[in-house]
Design a protein around this ligand. Sequence first.
Ligand code: GLA
Length: 388
Amino acid sequence: MLTDRIKQKFLSEFHKEPEFIVRSPGRVNLIGEHTDYNEGFVLPAAIDKSIYLGFSRNQDNVCRVCSLDFAETDQFYLDQLAPRMGGWLNFIMGVADQFQKRGMELGGFDCVFGGDIPIGAGLSSSAALENGVGMGLARLFGHAVNKATLIQISQKAEHEFAGVQCGIMDMFASMMGKKDLAIRLDCRSMEHAYFPLNLGSYQFLLLDTKVTHSLGDSEYNNRKEECEIGIAYLQQRFPSVKSLRDVTVPMLQGAIGEISPTVWNRCSYVVEENERLLKACDCLENADLAGFGDLMYGSHNGLRQKYEVSCPELDFLVDFTLDRVDVLGARMMGGGFGGCTINLIATESVDNFVKKAQKAYLNQMGRQLSAYTVNISNGTEIVEKAMN
Ligand code: GLA
């Protein structure tokens, strides 16, 4: 049990028991990629791969944090918070910084965290960590912070301490997840609705390319800027346009040749992806899994050709499914340039499919492939209380 490992490490590292343990999950996204920072729709869900964090106050005015998975302990002072060159402590300091900036006083604390979310696989381990730290600090120091604020705190921490101008999807899904339900989130109004996943004899399966592209973060920020260039142009012609959410296909058609082909493609992808997502929700409601799968392929093609955030490994894994009748849909998931594909596959085929995909991937790409079956779970929560 991961909670037992956290408690043992807490004892050996800090010579006491944690006051409580928080569980904070990673996420999948079924469809709706790179739409969140364009005020569009996303369809994520929290998963049963999580980070567990034990917390306790200390009297030493220092914040000591131990990562089980990195086998490292590090520390920081609350009056000297500044981003460092990379590293996991940034996510924790970034959250502490947001509490203080919002006038919520903190004190010294000890924390041990670890989990089973594959790191760098596009399953939002960093959002899970930030959410877990936020919920932990709120409880530890008696601040009544609602989930919406904790989500904002996590996003700001990522912007300011990790340097990624991410949207709201990852932290929202990790915090607000509900067992067996996907969340359709309108990233403009923050309105959200839960969708039952009646997959029958099918399931979602993740294939991990084991590729983490070093350009991922900078390319992510570039995409955001390219969308902003597109919006600035469209606003001149259509003053009511506030974001790509307000843009329609005919509006974009009128802009062909007026904006660079690259910017046009980025905008066109986002407009189409929002449409695909709404259709995908209809498919879920009508139990049309084949229709849902087709939309997943459409999403991947757009991400590959128009948004250009895929990579050869992701494309290989999606293409590998194309002539298999037991896979209804596949697409890259998350920011791109590596990480996982998400596949909608017949449950009875999973073992056979994974073996074949692993063999082909090793032959063609020279890399080992990992596969994860995930269950849809609840969001960030306190799982063990008052241990001393
Ligand atoms: C990353 C970001 C999210 C979202 C996705 C792409 O996961 O953190 O905000 O933009 O990429 O959909």
